[in-house]
Design a protein around this ligand. Structure first.
Ligand SMILES: [Zn+2]
Length: 597
């Protein structure tokens, strides 16, 4: 959604000069060429020999492996960032595609290394890992072995890897292309699904309803094809899991996320048993919108009565102050993002929508892309991305392998930074209506990140399980399972007439099975840390920064212990949801106070 109002962010452009001088910088080609030569030499030197390496030699090999990988990430990141600010420029698109292919080819060259290492028998690996020479790489090397019980023989793995390209990866791409080609008839025009979805944020209810009906209509044709593709992907995963011996459909995902089936079950139980919190919120939202009951297309409707905008300068001082209040060190790092042009700020034509932080750029600071519009949400998004940025800067000295985090801890600093900024905005606001707007916005985001993702996980659980037990599923059946999972979440608080085929627009289900619950995991984990900070005050600052400095060099459970939290205790999830319920109490109180209750 473009804004014509000026915010002062219009000229805030990032300076990619810290990566390369420009798309024609000869160092891009020479860096890639060097990585190719080094990867070939690495393969020559270590292929077939990983099991024989002693601790010292293994440490050298891992360091070299990291150096080669880092060398590829830098040009690739540059290409992606360049493309993100102008996606209509074909030369930028071509650079991304060309470097992407080179990186994939290089990755194939290096694939043997983690595979051979994982194949080393446990006692031999334990003996090598006990050596102090491997201190720096222990977590990385142990992580590479976690899939060991589920690996096939090397020739089998080779067949699986090569057949994936023409198998599940091809099906997944077909699904995405089908979605991309969908056209929605809206006001006599054919628009993309994304454009139609954006209408669900419209203040005018009839616009939202028209868009939702048009989307339901557009999801009809092609549903059989998408159902077939989804079934095929479900089958492929069940075959893979059976051959590898994974106990459940979600086990491989949990392992990649460095968590356990038990912890994830506890998260799901804690969330599904409190669906009443989401339902209470949707009833409040109906009252705020002056409706009897929400329809599914009202869930994203804006509720803020106050639509005044904050300038880029205001947003900057709010966010920098929020971080500085927490810690001078954190505030100083966050300020550098503004001072040193590490942020691309404004909404621009052909720029990527949304926001992101490119955290892991070996040897260089992170970069942040924003589409700053000046509303409250936009300030919190800025705080969110700066949290990622802070995490990136603090963990960077560990290097590329040790600073990368699994999805389950990737949102630790971003959610925390958002909470710091939110409390500041709330503290500065006396007007009950504007306080209510702030709280409702925060609760709505939290529900989208926790309850909604877990409801989607329940849908995935149902389809994966039924596909395994009963064979191919008709699209009507998938629709029923979708509605069951959504009804459990909404109860009678939201009408979901016409919502049946909407499962089929969500690319995660086919592109990354089992992915969505990690949003809830990461969010509630971060919220738990924030609550400890609220209780303990400054005593938590150093342990928290220590956690960020540890990047991905330790498991989520070990990281949690740094701040005194036990991730195996189910209470950690329940307490986050209790906190949300308390915010909701306050929002309901304010609504009653101003006569909207
Ligand atoms: Zn994030």
């Amino acid at each position: 959604m473009a804004t014509t109002e000026l915010t002062g962010a219009e000229d805030v452009a990032w300076d990619l000069g810290d990566l390369y001088d420009g798309p024609d910088d000869p160092r891009i080609e020479s860096d890639i060429a060097e990585a190719e030569v080094d990867a070939a030499a690495f393969r020559e030197r270590y292929h077939g020999k990983v099991a024989e390496l002693d601790a010292q030699a293994l440490a050298e090999a891992v360091a070299e492996h990291e150096r080669i990988e880092s060398g590829v990430v830098r040009p690739l990141t540059f290409a992606h960032l360049l493309f993100a600010t102008n996606m209509a420029d074909p030369t930028r698109g071509a650079l991304v595609a060309r470097l992407g292919e080179k990186a994939a080819a290089l990755e194939t060259q290096l694939l043997f290394f983690p595979l051979e290492w994982a194949a080393v028998p446990d006692d031999a690996a334990d003996a090598v890992l006990a050596d102090g020479a491997l201190d720096q790489w222990r977590h990385h090397l142990l992580s590479a072995r976690k899939f060991r019980p589920y690996l096939l023989t090397e020739p089998e793995e080779k067949v699986v890897t090569e057949k994936t390209v023409s198998g599940v990866a091809a099906w997944s791409r077909l699904y995405e292309e089908q979605l991309g080609a969908l056209r929605v008839s809206l006001d006599g025009q054919e628009v993309s699904l994304e454009t139609a979805m954006a209408k669900l944020y419209d203040t005018d209810r009839s616009q939202r309803r028209t868009a939702a009906e048009a989307i339901t209509e557009a999801l009809g044709p092609g549903l059989r094809t998408r159902t077939f593709v989804f079934n095929t992907i479900l089958l492929d995963k069940s075959i893979d899991d059976r051959l590898r011996g994974y106990p459940t459909w979600i086990s491989s995902r949990n392992l990649a996320n460095e968590t356990t089936d038990e912890a994830v079950d506890a998260l799901i139980e804690a969330t599904t048993s409190r669906y009443d919190v989401a339902q209470r919120y949707y009833r409040l939202k109906a009252r705020l919108l002056g409706l009897e009951r929400l329809d599914h297309y009202d869930r994203m409707a804006p509720i803020a009565a106050d639509t005044s905008k904050a300038s880029w300068e205001d947003a900057r001082s709010i966010v920098v102050d929020a971080y500085t209040d927490f810690s001078d060190e954190a505030g100083g790092i966050v300020a550098r993002f503004f001072d040193d042009s590490w942020i691309d700020g404004p909404v621009r034509p052909d720029k990527r929508t949304g926001a992101f932080c490119a955290t892991t750029v070996p040897g260089v600071h992170p970069y942040i892309l924003m589409n700053y519009t000046g509303d409250r949400r936009s300030i919190l998004t800025l705080a969110h991305e700066l949290g990622h940025g802070l995490h990136g800067v603090l963990a960077q000295p560990l290097g590329y392998f040790n600073s990368s985090t699994p999805l389950t801890t990737a949102e630790t600093a971003s959610v925390f930074g958002e909470a710091l900024t939110f409390e500041r905005l709330l503290a500065d606001e006396d007007d009950p209506r504007r306080r209510l707007d702030l709280l409702a916005g925060s609760i709505e985001d939290a529900i989208a990140t926790t309850f909604r993702q877990i409801a989607m996980n329940r849908f995935e659980h149902a389809v994966h399980t039924e596909r395994r037990e009963q064979g191919e599923l008709a699209s009507e059946r998938i629709g029923e399972l979708w509605i069951e999972a959504q009804s459990a979440l909404f109860g009678d608080s939201v009408s979901i007439d016409g919502y049946t085929p909407w499962w089929s627009y969500i690319p995660h289900f086919t592109g990354s099975p089992g992915y969505v619950y990690a949003y809830a995991y990461g969010y509630l984990f971060s919220l738990a840390i924030y609550r400890r900070y609220v209780q303990e005050g400054d005593a938590m600052v150093e342990p928290y920064l220590e956690l960020l400095r540890a990047g991905g060099s330790r498991s989520p459970e070990e990281l949690a212990r740094l701040v005194g939290l036990d991730l195996t205790d189910p209470a950690i999830w329940a307490s986050g949801i209790d906190a949300l319920a308390e915010e909701l109490d306050e929002a309901e109180r304010l609504a009653a106070e101003i006569g909207l209750g």
